[in-house]
Write a new protein. Structure first.
Ligand code: NAP
Length: 290
């Protein structure tokens, strides 16, 4: 594209940002949709977060994504935070307004859209959620808000699983939420679960690892969704498939969290064909990089 006097800027703030796939998503979208927009990563040191947000606003930056370690802290620099992002306690997208930026969380919308695109439903499902960190907490909220039947939160630290279960359980109208240790799955039903892997175990370069490895656990799962997409096929996914289940990685979640952000910045709706074209490029990149 040709950069001229009307080119708008969007970007990513975080640390580190060197391996981000977001420029591929947003610059391809801008090209496909004919928008005069560029998206660039900004490495921001801990001491510079507030200045970075203020500076971006002063420089007329249209929107920003926010990644680790600033998803919570950035809320102090915003003029408003969307209700869902506030409940999740994390913001990954800043949208420019007249007086500053408003924060949103598009990660969960991204996960929901990714699941829908694979034909996975949450409504009425019995869910095994691995992990009780920031991502797992948001996933639990998503499952409750979309009417899951029951959620079992399995975590290394039972205390953390209990805290998430108590918080999310209080929001649940018809969903039952149970905290469990990772080893405590014997009493579960023999089959019929959707499992969502939301721990950081198995993330590149530790691709051969999974929080639970016993086949007895995986026999219970008809569909496994791993939030991790590096490596492209995680150990968790292999274990699900070995027991006859279908399994997906988190690359479509990444794609759709980006698409939702782009839609917020530009007031457009991205169609499925465009989304799939970008997905193809992401797949090639992750496949190549490992
Ligand atoms: P986090 O807050 O640090 O939570 C980490 C979770 O992993 C906790 O439940 C922790 O258990 C568990 N864990 C870590 N090491 C463990 C070990 N050795 N054995 C057992 N459990 C262990 O991280 P997060 O922000 O929730 O992120 C979790 C994952 O989601 C990351 O891999 C991230 O890449 C992925 N993610 C993907 C997307 C996407 O777009 N696809 C978006 C967001 C996040 P304890 O509570 O016991 O410590």
């Amino acid at each position: 594209m040709e950069i001229d006097g009307k080119t708008r800027i969007c970007g990513l703030i975080g640390s580190p940002v060197g391996h981000t796939l977001s420029p591929l998503i947003h610059n391809t979208l801008a090209g496909k949709l004919g928008h005069n927009l560029v998206y660039v990563p900004f490495e921001v040191g801990t001491a510079g977060l507030e200045d970075a947000v203020k500076g971006a606003f002063a420089l007329n930056v249209l929107g920003l994504n926010v990644t680790v370690p600033y998803k919570s802290r950035v809320m102090d620099s915003l003029v408003e935070t969307d209700e869902l992002a506030r409940r999740i306690g994390a913001v990954n997208t800043l949208v420019r307004r007249e007086d500053g930026y408003k924060g949103y969380n598009t990660d969960m919308d991204g996960l929901y859209r990714a699941m829908l695109s694979e034909g996975i439903r949450i409504e009425g499902e019995n869910i095994l959620l691995l992990g009780a960190g920031g991502a797992a907490r948001a996933v639990a909220m998503l499952c409750v808000s979309h009417g899951a039947r029951e959620i079992h939160i399995l975590n290394r630290s039972l205390e953390r699983a209990r805290a998430v279960a108590a918080e999310v359980g209080a929001m649940a109208a018809g969903t039952r939420v149970y905290p469990r240790l990772l080893t405590d799955y014997d009493g579960l039903r023999e089959d019929g679960y959707l499992a969502i892997q939301a721990t950081s175990v198995g993330l590149y370069p530790h691709g051969g690892e999974a929080v639970i490895t016993e086949p007895e656990f995986y026999k219970r799962i008809h569909t496994g969704y791993d939030l991790i997409y590096r490596p492209f096929t995680t150990r968790f996914m292999e274990l699900v498939r070995q027991q006859g289940g279908q399994a997906f990685n988190g690359l479509k979640m990444l794609l759709y969290q980006g698409i939702t952000a782009y839609e917020l910045w530009n007031g457009v709706t991205v169609d499925r064909e465009t989304a799939m074209e970008i997905y193809g490029r992401l797949e090639k990149k992750v496949g190549t990089d490992g």
